[in-house]
Design a binder for this molecule. Structure first.
Ligand SMILES: Cc1cc2nc3c(=O)[nH]c(=O)nc-3n(C[C@H](O)[C@H](O)[C@H](O)COP(=O)(O)OP(=O)(O)OC[C@H]3O[C@@H](n4cnc5c(N)ncnc54)[C@H](O)[C@@H]3O)c2cc1C
Length: 459
């Protein structure tokens, strides 16, 4: 006999717990299933720990730069990796406990610890028990994608999850993958004191961004001593007595990087392969993401997917926004849609990149007449005062409607400053609104109006 619920949520990522709270408040008898850690990727092995580690790495970097600011450090600067990890663990533990206690104390909620799998369109099995409900919502997230690669079965490697257990300094960390996850680890371990090499198959880093952004990010990391090997089309790995060798060229010959440790950071794959989706008849795309409509419904009535597993976002804020859209439609008669969301994300190297909306290529492909404003961080007083002048900011404008199409801010505070642009995009206001605003001096944001006063056609 199946245990009956009004709703079942599989996965406790960034949106499942909030959804459970709302459903139970609405008087729905709800079950939530988690096979591993409450809070999912972001809290346990993603955003929270990596940003805690980035903060330790920045402290080490600034300590080494003390003399640039007239600060005398009398003695050598060392990084205690055990303490770095302990600090990170403490921050993670607090967040994890927060979600765990929230769920365990939620009235009207049954928490099941185990792997959930469909056994019918309205029923799920967990720990040998069958639960059924008219509404089933998946918040199962994603995990590191590890591609088939010559030699990989014979070597030890980390994914972002295993990296969380590292409490020592790898002598030479080789990272396969020059995108968001890989680059944050690259700079962080370089700052801790490792040698770091990033191996990327493409001809540039973070390929979804514009060329000038990729080039500036590369320069920032190379200036700190991270070695980049781009165009590594034929990657193969081999065990060596002192670690692992990564072949980086298609040509015969010894073009290889030998490192003490290897991190695979080539992307993510959705946790949908062992969910029994076939049994329920739920449609996925060729990469395993569940196909959803603009309001997060799958092709099977009564089954919705929120978070990374629907392929419509790959961030904590997009997962949480999925929850907001779902409950707006389900309970509030508010027809919110995914397509109302404006692309926004950060790359949390130091200085960080904040990105919103379209890239240059996407703006031009849209067929619009586009204006561009660009300013080097060297021109920003705040950046000069802090001796952190790397990077630039740029903004793209629709010449006819005067609406902002997109922006990138790579530089100090870029991840925060970008929100002044994003909010005007959400307000659907013309760029002249920011141009005429009086911003506080001396900040990075105060130069956005200046940049908007010097727009040029983008060809
Ligand atoms: C290293 C790293 C750094 C990141 N940094 C950032 C960042 O700075 N900012 C940002 O916005 N995003 C970041 N992300 C992405 C972010 O972590 C995810 O987008 C976010 O966690 C949303 O995921 P989710 O809600 O879809 O599910 P997840 O957080 O992935 O959680 C899914 C949960 O479902 C559980 N589960 C899966 N299948 C089953 C099953 N069959 N039965 C039971 N339970 C199941 C899993 O155990 C997991 O707990 C980062 C990711 C990584 C890997």
């Amino acid at each position: 006999m199946a245990k009956k619920f009004d709703a079942i949520i599989i996965g406790t990522g960034q949106s499942g717990p909030a959804l459970a709270a709302r459903m139970t408040q609405e008087g729905m008898k709800t079950a939530i299933i988690e096979r591993k850690l409450f809070g999912g990727t972001c809290v346990n092995v993603g955003c929270t720990p990596t940003k805690a580690l980035v903060a330790s790495a920045r402290a080490a970097y600034m300590a080494r730069r003390g003399s640039d600011f007239g600060v005398v450090v009398d003695g050598s600067i060392a990084v205690d990796m055990k303490q770095v990890k302990a600090r990170k663990d403490q921050i993670v533990q607090r967040s994890n406990e927060g979600v765990t206690n929230w769920l365990k104390n939620m009235e009207n909620l049954t928490v099941c610890k185990g792997h959930g799998r469909f056994v019918g369109t309205d029923s799920v099995q967990v720990n040998g028990e069958t639960l059924s409900a008219e509404r089933i919502i998946l918040n199962v997230g994603a995990r590191a994608f590890v591609p088939a690669m010559t030699g990989l079965d014979n070597v030890d490697y980390f994914t972002n999850t295993d990296m969380m257990e590292v409490d020592y300094l790898p002598e030479h960390l080789v990272i396969i993958g020059g995108s968001y996850v890989g680059l944050e680890f690259a700079q962080m371990y370089r700052r801790f004191g490792s040698r770091v090499t990033v191996i990327e198959m493409g001809d540039r880093l973070i390929a979804r961004d514009d060329e000038d952004v990729s080039a500036a990010v590369k320069e920032i990391l190379e200036t700190e001593g991270v070695v980049m090997r781009l165009n590594a089309e034929c990657i193969a790995v081999e065990k060596r007595s002192n670690g692992v060798a990564v072949k980086v060229s298609c040509d015969d010959g010894p073009d290889e990087v030998v490192g003490s440790h290897l991190l695979m950071a080539v992307g993510r794959r959705p946790n949908t392969d062992d969910l029994g989706l076939d049994t329920a008849g739920v449609e996925t795309d060729d990469r395993g993401y569940v196909v959803v409509d603009d309001q997060l419904a799958s092709n099977v009535p009564g089954i919705w997917v929120i978070g990374d597993a629907n392929g419509r976002g790959a961030f904590t804020h997009t997962s949480y926004n999925d929850y907001e859209i779902l409950v707006a439609n389900m309970f509030d008669d508010d027809k919110r849609r995914i397509s109302d969301r404006i692309t926004a994300y950060g790359l949390f190297i130091d200085p960080p990149l904040g990105r919103v909306g379209a890239t240059e290529r996407q703006s031009l492909e849209s067929g619009r007449k586009v204006l561009i404003g660009k300013m080097l961080m060297e021109r920003v007083g705040r950046a000069r005062e802090r001796s952190e002048t790397q990077g630039f900011m740029k903004i793209l404008i629709d010449a006819e409607t005067k609406r902002i199409l997109g922006a990138a801010i790579l530089g100090i505070g870029g991840d925060e400053v970008i929100h002044s642009v994003l909010d005007v995009m959400y307000a659907d206001a013309p760029y002249t609104l920011i141009q005429r605003a009086v911003h506080i001096h001396p900040t990075v944001t105060e130069l956005i109006p200046t940049m908007l006063g010097d727009l040029k056609p983008l060809n």
